[in-house]
Write a protein that binds this ligand. Structure first.
Ligand SMILES: [Zn+2]
Length: 436
């Protein structure tokens, strides 16, 4: 009995503690970005918020990028005297609880985005996203917050973002976002003169930005529209959740931004998809763009497993690549699907038993394309052959509904969902993910 009371006290303490942790809050968040008179990959930022310490002594936020160059001219002010540490190397800023537990904080600084400079620097677009560890505004990761955004741009630049921006004055944009994942804020600034914009209705509106003189053929353009429409239909149906979602701040169909930057990584940034113009215009197929559409449901902004955690990229990338192949199988048929799988097999065979043949579970940063994007789908195909393709798609959809937007998330959460219905398949997946 005594043990029971102790256990009860332990659980009560645990739940109290979690309530206290949740109490650590940021609100009244306003982010004002000024891009006028700033060089490429630079911004002037003013950010204000109320930090509510409640029962905690400190509030720790992601902040900064490159140790030496990212933040300059930092000024931090609290409504009452405020102590803080900016830990450049850790890319964090820590605020210590002042005399008032709820206090207004204002930060003003210049930010140089080295990743953006190296990836897109020589092109006509500049992307701002936190995914390359460029924390250009302070935030507590994996929390949700309401934000007011103000942006000022020079005449030469146009803003690409998925938010419903008020743009009454040509160079001034503003919006309010409700319940946004703190790390998900992303923007692109494009040089107006370099781009040509087109709009298609499929039946919802899709915006496409292409570089002048590098535009794709009419055939490729139609392929993009068709794959966009059909894959959105397929994924909406598979996940039983529409593409558009007010609660997730997805208020429009994808905006495609084809850039001529040096970097060629395709990106899904809640609403806009960026990719290389050259690849888009010249590659034999554009299935990788379907993969980006798939990230609307499965990816870094919904599956909140931290980098460094076992199986992080099996969850964030392999599952979505498998779902991309499931679209291909459904839309183009078994033949084209098998051809894609054969390509996966061939590429994986080339690294098999080499130093790069790392078990999927050990890929905890996105640094092994062959294992993540080729072996991952092959492993899942084996499971699909065992339990049925439709059944595996339902398991993945059910995992999405149970775990999306929740932090923390682990690889075992996925195995549990699979093993609950298909215990043998759960074991088999585990073996293949953990072994070479
Ligand atoms: Zn991806």
């Amino acid at each position: 009995m005594r043990t029971n009371i102790l256990l009860l006290l332990f659980f009560l303490w645990g739940s109290l503690f979690s309530i206290e942790s949740l109490g650590q809050e940021i609100d009244n968040y306003t982010l004002s970005i000024d891009k006028r008179d700033m060089e490429a990959a630079n911004l002037h930022v003013n950010c204000s918020f109320i930090a509510d310490f409640q029962a905690t002594d400190t509030i720790c936020m992601n902040f900064g990028g490159d140790e030496e160059f990212s933040i300059e001219n930092l000024a931090v002010q609290g409504k009452c005297p405020l102590k803080y540490d900016y830990l450049k190397k850790d890319k964090k800023i820590i605020f210590y609880c002042p005399s008032q537990t709820r206090t207004a904080i204002q930060m003003d600084y210049d930010y140089t985005n080295m990743s953006s400079f190296f990836i897109y620097g020589k092109g006509d677009a500049e992307l701002w996203e936190t995914s390359y560890d460029e924390y250009y505004y302070p935030y507590i990761p994996n929390t949700y917050l309401d934000m007011t955004i103000n942006l000022l741009l020079p005449d030469s630049l146009e803003l690409i973002s998925s938010y419903n921006m008020d743009n009454t004055n040509q160079n001034k944009y503003s919006c309010k976002i409700k319940n946004a994942l703190a790390q998900s804020l992303s923007f692109a600034f494009i040089r107006r003169k370099a781009y040509i914009q087109s709009i298609a209705t499929i039946p919802d509106t899709v915006h496409i930005y292409q570089i002048h003189d590098m535009q794709c053929s009419a055939e490729r353009y139609n392929e993009l529209l068709e794959l966009t429409q059909k894959s959105i239909e397929y994924f909406s149906n598979a996940y039983k959740e529409e593409y558009m979602s007010d609660s997730q701040n997805i208020t429009a169909y994808p905006i495609y931004l084809f850039h001529n930057g040096e970097g060629f990584s395709n990106r899904y940034n809640i609403g806009f998809i960026s990719a290389s113009q050259e690849k888009f215009s010249t590659y034999p197929d554009i299935y990788p763009l379907v993969h980006e559409i798939g990230h609307r449901w499965l990816g870094e902004y919904t599956l909140l497993i931290d980098d460094g955690q076992p199986g992080a990229y099996f969850l964030k990338e392999s599952l979505n690549e498998f779902m991309t192949l499931m679209f291909i199988r459904n839309y183009f048929g078994e033949g084209i699907y098998k051809a894609q799988l054969d390509r996966c097999k061939k590429e994986y065979q080339e690294v098999k038993n080499s130093i790069n043949d790392i078990p999927l579970i050990d890929i905890t940063t996105n640094n092994n394309n062959t294992v993540v994007y080729r072996k991952g789908p092959l492993v899942l195909d084996r499971i699909a052959q065992k339990i049925g393709y439709d059944n595996l798609v339902s398991v993945i959809a059910s995992f999405y509904h149970q775990y999306a937007r929740k932090h923390p998330l682990s690889y075992n959460d996925f195995v549990k969902v699979l093993a609950k219905q298909y215990p043998e398949a759960g074991n088999e997946l585990n073996t293949m993910v953990r072994d070479k």
